[in-house]
Design a protein around this ligand. Structure first.
Ligand code: ZN
Length: 238
């Protein structure tokens, strides 16, 4: 079973480290995203979660009903433990253990391929926030950061990442190169990966390239197929 890759709007940014020079961000998914992907991929009736306390730690078991090739179905379970969360300890551990168990199922595992995300201090507002118990100054940043673009390769690794500081609206981080987007000359839609009537799957790049070679314009799968059918009809009527 394969879960789809997370969209940019499903990914949260949280501050990991912060000092006077800047801050680093980590990428996260929330529990609602896990529920959505489970519903979408296995169906709402085919997954369940159970919590159990082991040596004072809250674990979550996520069960998915898997139908084997011989037609027999069974519940398969994957487990993980929540980490301590200072605020709302129990609720935090429950949610955290669920999210981690879902990573064991593969949901959002691609986020572990993220590069180190460093936002320099001139791209965010860093303030002093008292002292820690060793007397060192603590820093805080209340800016909200949002992933506005993400792309992956076939190995489900992040190849492109763009992050905006929502307070300023500026792009404050980019990684990798964005793959080119192609638009259809006939209908104006974005050209996307598609299956053709011959049953083969093609990437957007292949479709754009193929249509350009034949018609000297880039076409989406629908319009490309329509033009080819038109050509077929014309040659039949000759
Ligand atoms: Zn089109």
């Amino acid at each position: 079973m394969e879960f789809r890759l997370l969209r940019a709007d499903e990914i949260d940014c949280r501050i990991n480290q912060i000092n006077t020079k800047g801050l680093s961000l980590l990428l996260y998914k929330d529990a609602r995203c896990d529920m959505t992907l489970l519903d979408e991929t296995v169906g709402p009736d085919n997954w369940q979660r159970q919590h159990e306390l082991i040596n004072g730690n809250l674990f979550c078991n996520v069960g998915v009903y898997v139908v084997r090739q011989n037609g027999y179905g069974e519940w398969v379970w994957k487990q993980d433990v929540g980490t301590e969360s200072n605020t709302e300890k129990e609720k935090g551990q429950a949610s955290d253990s669920f999210k981690r168990a879902c990573v064991n199922w593969g949901i959002g595992r691609e986020l572990y391929t993220a590069p180190r995300i460093w936002i320099p201090a001139n791209n965010c507002t860093i303030k002093e926030n008292g002292k820690d118990n060793r007397g060192n100054t603590r820093y805080v940043c209340h800016d909200k950061f949002k992933v506005t673009g993400i792309e992956y390769n076939d190995s489900r690794e992040i190849t492109y990442l763009e992050i905006v500081n929502m307070e300023t609206g500026s792009v404050v981080y980019t990684y990798g190169t964005k793959s080119p987007k192609w638009y259809c000359y006939d209908c104006g839609n974005l050209i996307e990966d598609a299956s053709f009537p011959d049953g083969k799957d093609y990437t957007a790049d292949q479709i754009a390239g193929g249509s350009y070679k034949r018609y000297k314009v880039t076409l989406c799968a629908t319009c490309y197929t329509a033009r080819r059918a038109q050509d077929g009809n014309e040659s039949n009527s000759d």
